[in-house]
Design a protein around this ligand. Sequence first.
Ligand code: ADQ
Length: 568
Amino acid sequence: MDVILGKKQDVSLGNALHLQSQSDNKVVEDSSTHEINGREEEAKDLEGEEKSKTRVTHNIVFVTSEAAPYSKTGGLGDVCGSLPIALADRGHRVMVVSPRYISGGPSDKNYAGAEDLNCRIKISCFGGLQEVSFFHEYRAGVDWVFVDHPSYHRPGNPYGDIHGAYGDNQFRFTLLCHAACEAPLVLPLGGFTYGEKSLFLVNDWHAGLVPVLLAAKYRSHGVYKDARSILVIHNLAHQGVEPATTYENLGLPTEWYGALEWVFPTWARTHALDKGEAVNILKGAVVTADRILTVSQGYSWEITTVEGGYGLNELLSSRKSVLNGITNGIDVTEWDPASDKLIDFHYSMDDLSGKVKCKTALQKELGLPVRPDCPMIGFIGRLDYQKGTDLIQAGMPDLMQDDVQFVMLGSGDKQTEDWMRATESTYKDKFRGWVGFNVPISHKITAGCDILLMPSRFEPCGLNQLYAMRYGTVPVVHCTGGLRDTVENFNPYAQEGSGQGTGWTFSPLCKESMLGALRYAIETYRKHKTSWEGLMRRGMERDYTWGNAASQYEQVFDWAFFDQPYVK
Ligand SMILES: Nc1ncnc2c1ncn2[C@@H]1O[C@H](COP(=O)(O)OP(=O)(O)O[C@H]2O[C@H](CO)[C@@H](O)[C@H](O)[C@H]2O)[C@@H](O)[C@H]1O
């Protein structure tokens, strides 16, 4: 049995869980009743804000491998850095559990405000007892909890370094999941634990063991019977698949193997004796989570198809009754062209003049010819098969025939990084490739470009097109997933000729249709200034706040508690 070694706790896990469950539930219920009353009074006082508050509050525990600004390699970090704040704002008690990554670089200062809670627990997995501790920062109404362990302390990003993905990621994220399950029981944050009636929001495969642990390790001992879990799928392409022999490392009862069992089809096996047997952590989460969400409606359908299901389509189809899609919001404070500290000039719907100044400042910074009238196209993203960068490579020679400038920011696939460097030297006056992960430059590109290109092969939601539209930068996107849901194709003839739409969506996914859409955009920019301004304004005036998404999340929370939790 695991042992809790916190300063005040020195009892067996089983006992600790039961003791905590009895005392904490009451405290939490009391405090939430009080909070609800508090909010009702507030609602009477502030009529205008009445709508944004919820009447049913939950103790919510996000489990995630990244949360901005502490850690971020992509959109998962953005969402887990901003949705918790939006939910806390609406009256929920919200905790975010993620690793405390210490890389020896400047990003370490992100954790400066997090204090050691002096609570150490021992987790039984990988053939022994692993000790982890917890750090905590209360910021923007949210309890940010960081799990600390030596395996999170290394140069590189959360998942790997220049040599590729870390070989022990299954171990690192197994620790995260076990620790996240303990956190609501053992951490008296602000004096009270979150308790057993917590709602776990489990993000992607890294957190995927949480619902399995709730069902297999806790509920079977009478703990967390009132908890619920929701799996949020940001990217189905990554599932945490490892050899079947690693199952015994995960700290799960033997009889639960079937939940994670995964057999590769014959064609995917490496040799004649390979039986294709594996464990798949995301599959385990799909099986055991009480509900499943994706980050757009379009993607929630795509993952039930052979093309978009990455082998899980049949399983996901079988869970359709608990599967929904909610389009992400964005942090409109961080991404606001009227106040963004990372851009050189500010602008808004009322005064767009700062946008072209941002463009010339970007051209100067990149060493491109300073030409305010030259259409400038941008790409920002992970250099990955998903993002369709191969299409950009294929289309570049054609595109460079035109009088345009193109700036590309990204890191990942080495071949694409090399191609960016080579293309920059071929088209010195037209192309810039910025290899690396650089948030300030991403803001400058979003503000300075006229067009943002996203030829993603698939896109669960996509945030860059949302940032772009908010900054009056017109997106040209492949018509897939969240891109299809959020970018409205331009129709110049609608509204009695004043036009409708916020960008261009192209399909099928091929060089010709991408270039065709880009040419429409470039021609409209050059020759139809009024239409262009209409496109910019319609994009800028949309509501990108989390408010709308957060109220949809609340509906799903209600449904989760309405149904019984998963039991085998
Ligand atoms: N080199 C670089 N320098 C600086 N910033 C960079 C960068 N490369 C990427 N970024 C930033 O990382 C974020 C990327 O977010 P996306 O949603 O576009 O994609 P991602 O595939 O990572 O997220 C997954 O999760 C999100 C969240 O649910 C889904 O929207 C998405 O479809 C899904 O694939 C943006 O904030 C972007 O600016």
